[in-house]
Design a binder for this molecule. Structure first.
Ligand code: SF4
Length: 121
């Protein structure tokens, strides 16, 4: 297997990582700290991203509610999660941190509000 190149996105240093398999083990170089190795192995075995989006509400004053995934979502499930978010119609009021979509698209990951919005006046 040839080397895999990735830029570490864990911190602003942006280390250029090289990842390869040797005798069944992942070998990472270019990282300046252990978090880079952890990130690199996660990227090649189970890449995930935090999903951020907005959902429709029932309010004319606050028509969109910002939200995010409580944990990073497997990359191959992000489309399904976004489709589920697209079907949401949030009833206000809502508190930041409230679960809007529990176990989104059967990922085991919740989608939560990131803003408190008041009821329609
Ligand atoms: S390897 Fe460490 S220092 Fe380099 S970008 Fe990743 S987290 Fe930052």
């Amino acid at each position: 297997m040839s080397d895999i190149a990735k830029t570490c996105i864990v911190c602003p240093a942006g280390c250029l990582l090289t990842i390869r398999q040797e005798n069944g083990e992942w070998v990472v170089s270019g990282n300046r700290c252990p978090r880079g190795k952890q990130y690199a192995i996660q990227e090649v075995t189970d890449p995930r991203r935090t999903v951020t989006a907005t959902a429709a509400t029932d309010s004319g004053a606050y028509p969109r509610l910002p939200l995010k995934s409580a944990d990073p979502v497997p990359k191959d499930r992000i489309g399904a999660v976004l489709e589920a978010i697209g079907r949401l119609q949030v009833r206000l009021p809502i508190q930041a941190g409230a679960c809007l979509l529990c176990n989104a698209a059967n990922t085991g990951i919740d989608i939560v509000a990131t803003r408190t919005l008041p009821p329609e006046e």
